[in-house]
Design a protein around this ligand. Structure first.
Ligand code: NAP
Length: 247
């Protein structure tokens, strides 16, 4: 098992990609903390993890609130003793064309996606520095690499996560902490289910593999980045997009 004895904190882990990451990590031996605004679903996900024979903790947590994030990390240290892996997965969209985008739509997306990621990295970095090891994985998006109509807020938040990750990678490398991003393309989740048919048709034309990815496709790359196999990789962004963006 590739994550035996490790403790992983996954934000937004109650459903979608985050839940798939939680299950894949648990199957590989990790104890898992599901931190999500939706406590009911987080508890369900945690009991699924327990049924795989691992310890699990469900935390009701809004990543935009630094004080609550710090309290959450302290609770994990208290109950599970350490945090080896952080996956910044919580994310939202509030799409609108730039000319129509409100201050509220801009602020909400930047707050959850970018500030939330900063908050969680900051809160785990002290214990990780102390234990001289850690893996920080942030879920960006190919939209953060290429931009997209109607997604100025989302694209900026995801590009910000990529730049933040490069900085964290540089600052914490000497403490044996790796920080990397995974940039999914279009993945079958509730987030993409609500896209208009016309958008989906256009999207399919732009994907060389001509199919959507699965949450497990993303989870497997996170597993690699969380494991010792990726020990010499830091500050990178791995795309999981069926060949949509090739840099
Ligand atoms: P999802 O199905 O909407 O799940 C996101 C989870 O995050 C939900 O459980 C949500 O809770 C939770 N969440 C939202 N705001 C939060 C906050 N402030 N604090 C803590 N948890 C919060 O999304 P997904 O499709 O799995 O996407 C997961 C990540 O992958 C996101 O960062 C997204 O941007 C990224 N991504 C997704 C795709 C895709 O095609 N799906 C592509 C590229 C990148 P609620 O129940 O309240 O919503």
């Amino acid at each position: 098992m590739r994550l035996k004895g490790k403790v992983a904190l996954i934000t937004g882990g109650a459903r979608g990609i985050g839940k798939a990451i939680a299950v894949v990590f648990a199957r590989e031996g990790a104890d898992v903390v599901i931190a999500d605004v939706n406590l009911g679903l987080a508890l369900q996900a945690a009991s699924e993890i327990e049924s795989l024979g691992r310890k699990a903790l469900a935390l009701e947590l809004d990543v935009t609130d630094y004080t609550k994030v710090e309290e959450g990390v302290n609770k994990i240290l208290d109950k599970l003793g350490k945090v080896d892996i952080l996956v910044n997965n919580a994310g939202i969209t509030k799409d609108n064309l730039l000319l129509r985008m409100s201050q509220a739509e801009w602020n909400a997306v930047i707050n959850v996606n970018l500030k939330g990621t900063f908050n969680c990295i900051k809160a785990v970095s002290r214990p990780m520095v102390k234990q001289r090891s850690g893996k920080i994985i942030s879920i960006a998006s190919i939209i953060g690499l290429m931009g997209n109509w109607g997604q100025a807020n989302y694209a900026a938040s995801k590009a910000g996560i990529i730049a933040l990750t490069k900085t964290v990678a540089k600052e914490l490398a000497s403490r044996n902490i790796n920080a990397n991003c995974v940039a999914p393309g279009f993945i079958q989740t509730d987030m993409t289910a609500k896209l208009a048919d016309e958008v989906k048709r256009k999207m399919m034309e732009a994907i060389p593999m001509a199919k959507l990815g699965t949450p497990e496709d993303v989870a497997n790359v996170c597993l690699f980045l969380a494991s010792e196999e990726s020990g010499y990789i830091t500050g990178q962004t791995l795309t999981v997009d069926g060949g949509m963006v090739m840099v």
